[in-house]
Write a protein that binds this ligand. Structure first.
Ligand SMILES: Cc1cc2nc3c(=O)[nH]c(=O)nc-3n(C[C@H](O)[C@H](O)[C@H](O)COP(=O)(O)OP(=O)(O)OC[C@H]3O[C@@H](n4cnc5c(N)ncnc54)[C@H](O)[C@@H]3O)c2cc1C
Length: 360
């Protein structure tokens, strides 16, 4: 089976890995760089049971297990480890509590322990899955996907990349928020981008494996920073969302004015360790979100051979492995074995009118 996967984020790389492992002939097309977008700039936080009771419960639980399995079997280090996770808020006076590396922060709740919460370095996870796919025969093609070719029976026959048609029996749209562009070529629902900002500090070995979900108030309003110390001696912090327009070129994503300075000031107040650690990376990226908040994973209605996997919102790194596994099963055998993805069928949402995407 000749499959073209559009996008080398965590979702595209995971699909490519499971397809290549099943023996498919896979090419991944990436416009701006493996993990250049949210999959390289996200928190990489994982939780076993935080999606329980939601449509994504099975996908999350299966993914949590697959993350551990992959980290133990692929022979690459993407900073996978179990964590203890707390919630809290910025308080006015010094506090004492279970977390000794924060300043004026009141810890209100333990949200999870090493049995239920974990993390990866998302750029390294995505890069390692892409490398593992390539090691199993997949190809990575640099280029921009521009269209899908179909035959007289409406079935997929090829993918247009930078003006050239590449033959394909199946095409998978996994371009995160840029999947909306594919609604020009395929009957797909809308996918939106929700921007977030992040900082990465070099904190060395001063912080333990403790993740924090906090609430802070400043002159600009309330923010909810998430703090994830990583095993590579860095600490990732993200907050400050906005709905600024998504540029067509993923390489053109930039921060909102003042967002990094605001986040840096917040971090300095939250922890003396962050206050005196250098910032080694600043990131802005878009989560892919659908109209009802759940991913779209499955066949594109009316176009045999066309598939989509996106809209994972705040859980795209967590849910990448089981999404990749399910897509590979679906494309190879016509059904899924481990997770029922019927609830994520693209057909549940209205098709986006392609005329609304008539941009130059
Ligand atoms: C600040 C922040 C923190 C987050 N923290 C977490 C977390 O802790 N845990 C978690 O599970 N999730 C988290 N998420 C969510 C997660 O990052 C996303 O859901 C996930 O990365 C989406 O992956 P993706 O592969 O669908 O999309 P993307 O990562 O956006 O990848 C899409 C790829 O498609 C490529 N592309 C675009 N257009 C084209 C084209 N025309 N041709 C070819 N390629 C193209 C892009 O260059 C990009 O590489 C966070 C998100 C944000 C914004």
């Amino acid at each position: 089976m000749q499959v073209m996967v559009c996008g080398a984020g965590a979702i595209g790389a995971s699909i490519a890995y499971y397809l290549a492992s099943a023996g498919a002939d896979v090419t991944v097309v990436e416009r701006a760089g493996v993990a250049c977008a949210a999959s390289g700039k996200s928190g990489g936080f994982l939780a076993l049971d935080w999606c329980d009771g939601q449509p994504v419960e099975r996908l999350a639980r299966r993914s949590f297990a697959l993350h551990e399995q992959l980290a133990g079997s692929l022979g690459a280090d993407w900073c996978y480890r179990r964590m203890t996770t707390y919630a809290g808020y910025e308080a006015t006076g010094d506090q004492t509590g279970p977390v000794d590396w924060v300043g004026r922060v009141a810890i209100t709740q333990k949200l999870g322990g090493p049995r239920t919460t974990a993390q990866v370095h998302p750029a390294r996870y995505t890069g390692a899955l892409m490398d593992a796919a390539v090691a199993r025969g997949a190809r990575l093609l640099a280029g921009a996907v521009e269209g899908v070719e179909t035959g007289p029976d409406s079935a997929v026959t090829g993918l247009v990349v930078d003006g050239a048609v590449h033959p394909a029996e199946a095409v998978v749209v996994a371009m995160g928020p840029w999947s909306i562009l594919a609604a020009r070529w395929l009957p797909l629902p809308a996918v939106y981008g929700m921007k977030g900002h992040s900082l990465v500090y070099r904190t060395g070995d001063r912080l333990p494996a403790e993740a924090l979900f906090l609430e802070c108030k400043d002159a600009a309003g309330t923010a909810t920073p998430e703090v994830f110390p990583r095993s590579d001696g860095t600490t990732y912090v993200c907050a400050i969302s906005s709905q600024t327009p998504l540029p067509v070129d993923p390489a053109a994503v930039g921060p909102d004015e003042g967002a990094f300075a605001r986040l840096e000031a917040m971090c300095a107040r939250l922890s003396p360790v962050l206050a005196d650690s250098p910032v080694v990376a600043r990131g802005a990226c878009f989560r892919p979100v659908t109209a009802d908040g759940w991913p779209v994973i499955g066949p594109v209605p009316g176009v045999p051979g066309a598939f989509v996997a996106t809209g994972h919102s705040v859980w795209g790194i967590l849910n990448a492995p089981a999404t990749g596994e399910a897509m590979a099963e679906l494309i190879e055998t016509g059904s899924t074995r481990h997770v029922d993805i019927a609830a994520f069928a693209p057909a549940r949402l209205p098709r986006l009118d392609p005329a609304l995407l008539a941009v130059s």
